[in-house]
Write a protein that binds this ligand. Sequence first.
Ligand SMILES: CC(C)(COP(=O)(O)OP(=O)(O)OC[C@H]1O[C@@H](n2cnc3c(N)ncnc32)[C@H](O)[C@@H]1OP(=O)(O)O)[C@@H](O)C(=O)NCCC(=O)NCCS
Length: 166
Amino acid sequence: MGIKIAEVKTEEELCIVAELAEKIWHECFIGIISEEQIGYMVEKFQSYNAMKDQVVNQDYHYLAVCDDDDICGYIAVKPEKDERFFLSKLYLRKDKRGQGIASKMLEKVFEEAKNSGKSMVYLTVNKHNDHAVKVYKKTGFQIVESVVTDIGNGFVMDDFVMEYKL
Ligand SMILES: CC(C)(COP(=O)(O)OP(=O)(O)OC[C@H]1O[C@@H](n2cnc3c(N)ncnc32)[C@H](O)[C@@H]1OP(=O)(O)O)[C@@H](O)C(=O)NCCC(=O)NCCS
């Protein structure tokens, strides 16, 4: 197994990430949010066009996680204008979980945050996404806030905000 984590540079790679995102989201959020909300959120946040806009206009960076040539996960991050570094997305295909890859992904996020001169990484995670919350806690993130965000179409995101001080 050779894990490489590198910035998504081409439109082709971003297309592959969009396909992967659709698969992972429809698998991992079942039982946490409705199918309708998953479809809505994938289109709004993880479709090719949405991600392209995030990269071009909103200073997001997507990183692809490759096991040899297989793109099996992705990360999205965004440096804020202050001292914070936003970990927006951390997603790994189901067959690659539980193998130590997530820890490598989080190490990469911390490295990128330090390289950007930031002192804190924060994220939002669905309050009912128990596994992810445990992974983040184990890594050293702390819950600092609960937020309910209206995302339109009658849907809300019911999240914890978690922080990790570098
Ligand atoms: C979140 C995600 C990337 C984590 O990847 P993973 O492969 O499941 O994580 P791992 O099982 O390797 O666990 C990562 C670390 O947390 C620890 N951990 C896992 N489950 C734990 C638990 N229940 N309690 C305490 N620690 C736990 C592991 O021991 C591991 O630490 P180590 O590498 O030092 O051994 C992955 O589950 C995923 O993509 N889930 C679906 C998408 C998602 O929910 N993303 C987050 C959205 S905010």
